[in-house]
Ligand binder design. Structure first.
Ligand SMILES: [Zn+2]
Length: 184
C-alpha cells in the first residue's frame, strides 16, 4: 500500500524516533508499504517519520543506480533501530534531495565512511563499516530518525535562498508526483 509522505512542517519530522521491539505490530507489512511508497516516489531511502511514525525504521534501495553501479543490483534493505557510531573518512560534497522536501536539491558535505549498528528485519544485530554512496544515503536517512533533515546541513545563505519553497510547504501548497501529507 502506498502511503502519503509527510512534508516539511509536520512535527513528526522533528522528533527523535524511538527504537522498536520485535513485538511491534505488523512490522513486515509496514516495511513492505515503506518499500512500495519509496519506489513509487522514485526515492532511494525512506525513514518511518516520513510516513508519520516516530520509530527507528528505514528502507533503502540502491537498485535504481545499478545501471551505473552493478554492485547495487537488487540492493533493497530494511534497517531497524539503526544508530551511527562514528563518522569518518574524507568530507565529500554531493547534491541531495528528500521526499519530504519536494523540489529542493542542495549540496551537502558528509563524511565518506561511517560505522553503524542496526538490526535486520529479523532483529539480528549487525555492526558495519560503510563507505561511499551507501554511507551518504544512510546518514541522510538516519538523520531523519534524530529529527534532522538535510537542509540543517546547508549554509544560512543557501537556507535563505530556499525560504520561499519552505514557506510554500508550510502553507500546504507544495506539489509533487506522489501523495503527500502537508501541514495544512
Ligand atoms: Zn529525506
Amino acid at each position: 500500500m502506498i502511503l502519503p509522505i509527510y512534508v516539511y512542517g509536520q512535527p513528526v519530522l522533528r522528533k527523535v524516533a524511538e527504537d522498536i521491539t520485535p513485538d511491534y505490530p505488523n512490522l513486515k507489512e509496514l516495511i513492505a508499504n515503506m518499500f512500495e511508497t519509496m519506489v513509487h516516489a522514485d526515492g532511494v531511502g525512506l525513514a518511518a517519520p516520513q510516513i508519520g511514525l516516530p520509530i527507528r525504521v528505514v528502507t533503502i534501495t540502491l537498485d535504481p543506480l545499478s545501471e551505473d553501479y552493478p554492485e547495487f543490483k537488487d540492493f533493497n534493505k530494511a534497517y531497524i533501530n539503526p544508530h551511527i557510531l562514528e563518522v569518518a573518512g574524507e568530507e565529500v560534497s554531493m547534491e541531495e534531495g528528500c521526499l519530504s522536501l519536494p523540489g529542493i536539491h542542495e549540496t551537502v558535505k558528509r563524511g565518506d565512511k561511517i560505522r553503524v549498528k542496526y538490526m535486520d528485519e529479523n532483529f539480528v544485530e549487525h555492526e558495519e563499516v560503510v563507505e561511499g554512496y551507501l554511507a551518504r544515503v544512510m546518514q541522510h536517512e538516519f538523520d531523519h530518525l534524530d529529527g534532522k533533515m538535510f537542509i540543517d546541513h546547508i549554509s544560512a545563505l543557501r537556507k535563505q535562498m530556499i525560504k520561499g519553497k519552505l514557506n510554500t510547504m508550510l502553507k500546504g501548497k507544495a506539489r509533487s508526483s506522489y501523495k503527500m501529507k502537508q501541514v495544512k
